[in-house]
Design a protein around this ligand. Structure first.
Ligand code: RB5
Length: 148
Protein backbone atom coordinates (compact mmCIF):
# COMPACT_ATOMS: atom_id res chain seq x y z
CA UNK A 1 0.00 0.00 0.00
CA UNK A 2 1.37 3.39 -0.97
CA UNK A 3 -0.07 6.45 0.66
CA UNK A 4 -0.01 10.02 -0.53
CA UNK A 5 1.00 12.84 1.78
CA UNK A 6 0.78 16.55 1.16
CA UNK A 7 0.52 19.85 3.00
CA UNK A 8 0.26 23.57 2.52
CA UNK A 9 2.68 25.96 4.25
CA UNK A 10 0.64 25.75 7.48
CA UNK A 11 1.22 22.01 7.63
CA UNK A 12 4.71 21.90 6.17
CA UNK A 13 6.63 21.39 9.44
CA UNK A 14 4.24 18.69 10.65
CA UNK A 15 4.39 16.93 7.27
CA UNK A 16 8.15 16.63 7.68
CA UNK A 17 7.60 14.91 11.04
CA UNK A 18 5.04 12.50 9.59
CA UNK A 19 7.38 11.69 6.70
CA UNK A 20 10.04 10.77 9.31
CA UNK A 21 7.52 8.38 10.91
CA UNK A 22 6.69 6.83 7.51
CA UNK A 23 10.39 6.37 6.71
CA UNK A 24 11.13 4.86 10.12
CA UNK A 25 8.29 2.36 9.73
CA UNK A 26 9.06 1.46 6.10
CA UNK A 27 5.66 2.66 4.96
CA UNK A 28 5.61 3.39 1.23
CA UNK A 29 4.46 6.92 0.42
CA UNK A 30 4.65 9.63 -2.16
CA UNK A 31 5.28 13.14 -0.89
CA UNK A 32 3.25 15.43 -3.14
CA UNK A 33 4.70 18.56 -1.54
CA UNK A 34 4.87 21.33 -0.62
CA UNK A 35 8.62 21.40 -0.16
CA UNK A 36 9.01 24.84 1.41
CA UNK A 37 7.13 27.07 3.82
CA UNK A 38 6.15 29.45 1.01
CA UNK A 39 2.45 30.33 1.10
CA UNK A 40 0.11 28.29 -1.12
CA UNK A 41 -3.68 28.02 -1.33
CA UNK A 42 -4.82 24.86 0.42
CA UNK A 43 -7.37 23.77 -2.28
CA UNK A 44 -4.45 23.61 -4.72
CA UNK A 45 -2.76 20.88 -2.68
CA UNK A 46 -5.83 19.13 -1.22
CA UNK A 47 -7.83 18.57 -4.40
CA UNK A 48 -5.06 16.95 -6.52
CA UNK A 49 -4.16 14.65 -3.63
CA UNK A 50 -7.81 13.70 -3.10
CA UNK A 51 -8.24 13.09 -6.84
CA UNK A 52 -5.25 10.75 -6.90
CA UNK A 53 -6.72 8.76 -4.01
CA UNK A 54 -10.15 8.72 -5.71
CA UNK A 55 -8.52 7.43 -8.93
CA UNK A 56 -6.92 4.61 -6.95
CA UNK A 57 -3.32 5.74 -7.43
CA UNK A 58 -2.97 5.68 -3.65
CA UNK A 59 -4.99 3.68 -1.17
CA UNK A 60 -5.02 6.47 1.41
CA UNK A 61 -3.90 10.06 1.81
CA UNK A 62 -2.74 12.35 4.58
CA UNK A 63 -3.28 16.08 4.09
CA UNK A 64 -2.07 18.71 6.53
CA UNK A 65 -2.79 22.43 6.65
CA UNK A 66 -2.80 24.93 9.51
CA UNK A 67 -6.04 23.71 11.07
CA UNK A 68 -6.84 20.62 8.98
CA UNK A 69 -10.21 22.19 8.24
CA UNK A 70 -9.70 23.78 4.82
CA UNK A 71 -8.09 20.70 3.32
CA UNK A 72 -10.82 18.48 4.79
CA UNK A 73 -13.55 20.61 3.23
CA UNK A 74 -11.75 20.69 -0.12
CA UNK A 75 -10.90 16.97 -0.20
CA UNK A 76 -14.49 16.01 0.60
CA UNK A 77 -15.66 17.75 -2.58
CA UNK A 78 -13.95 15.01 -4.60
CA UNK A 79 -16.25 12.11 -5.43
CA UNK A 80 -15.35 8.97 -3.53
CA UNK A 81 -13.37 10.77 -0.86
CA UNK A 82 -14.15 10.38 2.81
CA UNK A 83 -11.75 12.77 4.50
CA UNK A 84 -11.68 12.92 8.30
CA UNK A 85 -10.18 15.67 10.41
CA UNK A 86 -8.71 13.94 13.46
CA UNK A 87 -6.87 15.49 16.35
CA UNK A 88 -7.26 12.55 18.73
CA UNK A 89 -6.61 8.84 18.40
CA UNK A 90 -10.20 7.78 19.17
CA UNK A 91 -11.54 9.78 16.21
CA UNK A 92 -8.73 8.46 14.03
CA UNK A 93 -9.66 4.85 14.86
CA UNK A 94 -13.39 5.47 14.41
CA UNK A 95 -12.88 7.28 11.12
CA UNK A 96 -11.39 4.06 9.74
CA UNK A 97 -13.55 1.48 11.52
CA UNK A 98 -16.90 3.20 10.99
CA UNK A 99 -16.44 5.70 8.16
CA UNK A 100 -13.80 3.96 6.03
CA UNK A 101 -12.02 7.30 5.79
CA UNK A 102 -9.57 7.29 2.92
CA UNK A 103 -7.99 10.62 3.77
CA UNK A 104 -6.77 11.84 7.16
CA UNK A 105 -6.43 15.55 7.68
CA UNK A 106 -4.70 17.32 10.56
CA UNK A 107 -3.73 20.83 11.56
CA UNK A 108 -0.05 21.58 11.98
CA UNK A 109 -0.96 24.63 14.07
CA UNK A 110 -3.29 22.61 16.30
CA UNK A 111 -1.38 19.55 17.48
CA UNK A 112 2.25 18.68 18.04
CA UNK A 113 4.31 16.04 16.24
CA UNK A 114 4.06 13.33 18.94
CA UNK A 115 0.27 13.27 19.01
CA UNK A 116 0.04 13.67 15.24
CA UNK A 117 2.37 10.71 14.71
CA UNK A 118 0.32 8.56 17.07
CA UNK A 119 -2.85 9.57 15.20
CA UNK A 120 -1.27 8.55 11.89
CA UNK A 121 -0.13 5.24 13.38
CA UNK A 122 -3.62 4.44 14.70
CA UNK A 123 -5.29 5.59 11.49
CA UNK A 124 -3.05 3.51 9.22
CA UNK A 125 -3.46 0.42 11.41
CA UNK A 126 -7.24 0.49 11.86
CA UNK A 127 -9.49 -1.43 9.50
CA UNK A 128 -13.01 -0.70 8.25
CA UNK A 129 -15.54 -2.90 10.03
CA UNK A 130 -18.03 -3.06 7.14
CA UNK A 131 -21.48 -4.51 7.94
CA UNK A 132 -23.89 -1.75 9.06
CA UNK A 133 -21.14 0.80 8.49
CA UNK A 134 -20.88 -0.28 4.85
CA UNK A 135 -24.60 0.41 4.44
CA UNK A 136 -24.11 3.92 5.84
CA UNK A 137 -21.09 4.67 3.71
CA UNK A 138 -23.01 3.34 0.68
CA UNK A 139 -25.76 5.87 1.38
CA UNK A 140 -23.21 8.67 1.09
CA UNK A 141 -21.97 7.20 -2.21
CA UNK A 142 -25.57 6.89 -3.47
CA UNK A 143 -26.13 10.55 -2.70
CA UNK A 144 -22.90 11.44 -4.46
CA UNK A 145 -23.90 9.46 -7.53
CA UNK A 146 -27.31 11.14 -7.71
CA UNK A 147 -25.82 14.61 -7.60
CA UNK A 148 -23.14 14.73 -10.27
C1 RB5 B 1 -3.26 29.10 5.87
O1 RB5 B 1 -2.94 30.29 6.53
C2 RB5 B 1 -4.42 28.42 6.55
O2 RB5 B 1 -5.59 29.12 6.33
C3 RB5 B 1 -4.54 26.97 6.09
O3 RB5 B 1 -3.36 26.31 6.37
C4 RB5 B 1 -5.63 26.15 6.73
O4 RB5 B 1 -5.57 26.24 8.10
C5 RB5 B 1 -6.98 26.35 6.20
O5 RB5 B 1 -7.96 25.73 6.65
Amino acid sequence: MTIAITSDHGGYELKKEIVKYLDKNNIRYKDLGVFSAESVDYPDIAIPCAESVARGEFKKGIIICGTGIGVCIAANKVKGIRAALCHDTFSARMSRQHNNANILTMGGRVIGPSLATEIVDVWLNSEFEGDRHQRRVDKIADYENRNI
